[in-house]
Design a protein around this ligand. Structure first.
Ligand code: SF4
Length: 382
């Protein structure tokens, strides 16, 4: 087991849908690094990693993977690495790389994700070399994905995007956040609605699957309605394969915190954000699959293929909004402490009464204390 100590570099994040992907860090940090709602790379300089370093990491990942398979045989999982990998990926004594590869093997070893925030910034021939090396080293891969800013994808030529697709790049995840230009400018996103549209369309036309992230709540009280409607308008022009919701949560490390403190930006209540998502979905005219799979979101049940499941998604929203005040509060607290995943969980009498007790205990006279507690709990989700 000594050989398992070899490591390769892993960046800080990946999309929720890449939880079981092999993580290969192609660049470090973010070349833009100005978005007001983002704290991830604020004190870190962007760096392109050398091709030599990246190919070495792929080789190391392969060695670790082979070692885990060898270990699986030794402990009796001759034709099945999943059991051994499942054991290893939960063991804190192994480093992040061993746990990542174990989780990846456990899930079948089928997907890889290139980190960090804007891989398309790498020159196309070099990126093709990385993707080709991954494909050759791990024939079990059937999906390679990465993050890209729409500012960058809108400037990449269609033929380069096609070359990337042909070399084995299957999906691009893009943080659209909003389609409302004044809000894009206020949040210093560094992209316009038109760049979102051009970048998204180019990616799709190249045959690469596209996942666009939307940030409910980003407009605050002032721009909520425009945010919802313009984001739907822009997405209607793109018709991405996936639309994923990731609600705004502001904490102290984000530049937006100062605007919040000064009163320039005013947060919506969670219920207002839910209503905003309703306006957004109602205005969508797409065939995308919509998901609400980030732990920060209040209603993970908002999910389905548009347009068929549009009414189903709106029903979830209306059902929540039509609950009595105390039931909505019970759900919000229950969701944040991990008791509830869906609205039907409210009918679990035991959990419901426990949450009611917690609410009474925390806030007999000051209801804002509950909101404070929820904000603190949400801090741990980002
Ligand atoms: S482009 Fe992405 S990673 Fe970079 S600052 Fe904006 S949100 Fe953060």
């Amino acid at each position: 087991m000594k050989k398992l100590a070899r490591t390769f570099e892993i960046g800080p994040i990946r999309p929720p849908s890449e939880a079981y992907s092999l993580l290969i860090r192609a660049t470090r940090n973010c070349p833009w690094n100005k978005c007001q709602f983002c704290h991830l790379y604020k004190n870190s300089k962007f760096e392109l990693r050398s091709i030599k370093e990246i190919l070495k990491d792929i080789e190391t990942a392969n060695i670790i993977s082979e070692n885990i398979k060898e270990f699986a045989c030794k402990i009796g999982y001759t034709n099945k690495v999943e059991g051994a990998a499942a054991t290893l990926c939960t063991q804190p004594q192994y480093d992040q790389c061993v746990r990542n590869i174990s989780a990846w093997l456990w899930a079948g070893g089928e997907s890889a994700f290139l980190q960090d925030s804007n891989t398309l910034i790498i020159k196309t021939p070099k990126l093709i070399q990385i993707i080709t090396s991954l494909r050759n080293t791990f024939p079990s891969l059937n999906r390679i994905t990465t993050y890209a800013r729409s500012h960058t994808s809108s400037r990449k030529s269609s033929s380069e995007l096609k070359e990337l697709k042909d070399s084995g790049l299957d999906r691009i995840h893009t943080g659209l956040e909003t389609g409302y230009d004044p809000l894009l400018a206020y949040m210093q996103k560094g992209s316009t609605a038109q760049q979102h549209i051009i970048g998204g369309r180019k990616v799709k036309e190249a045959g690469i699957s596209l996942c666009e992230y939307v940030m409910p709540g980003l407009g605050g009280k002032r721009m909520s309605q425009e945010h919802a409607r313009e984001t739907a308008r822009v997405l209607n022009e793109i018709d991405a394969d996936y639309i994923r919701l990731r609600s705004l949560h502001v904490h102290q490390d984000m530049p937006l915190w100062a605007k919040l403190e000064s009163g320039d930006f005013e947060l919506q209540s969670e219920d207002e954000v839910v209503a905003e998502i309703g306006v957004f979905i109602d205005n969508l005219r797409v065939t995308s699959y919509i998901k609400s799979d980030h732990s920060i979101n209040l209603l993970p049940e908002i999910e389905g293929k548009m347009p068929d499941d549009k009414e189903k998604c709106l029903e979830v929203i209306n059902k929540y909004l039509s609950l009595p005040d105390e039931e909505r509060l019970n759900f919000r607290v229950g969701r944040r402490i991990g008791y509830y995943g869906k609205l039907a969980d409210l009918s679990d009498d035991y959990k419901h009464s426990k949450i009611d007790e917690t609410i009474k205990h925390i806030s007999p006279t000051e209801p804002h204390k509950i909101d404070k507690m929820i904000l603190k709990l949400k801090d741990s989700f980002i």
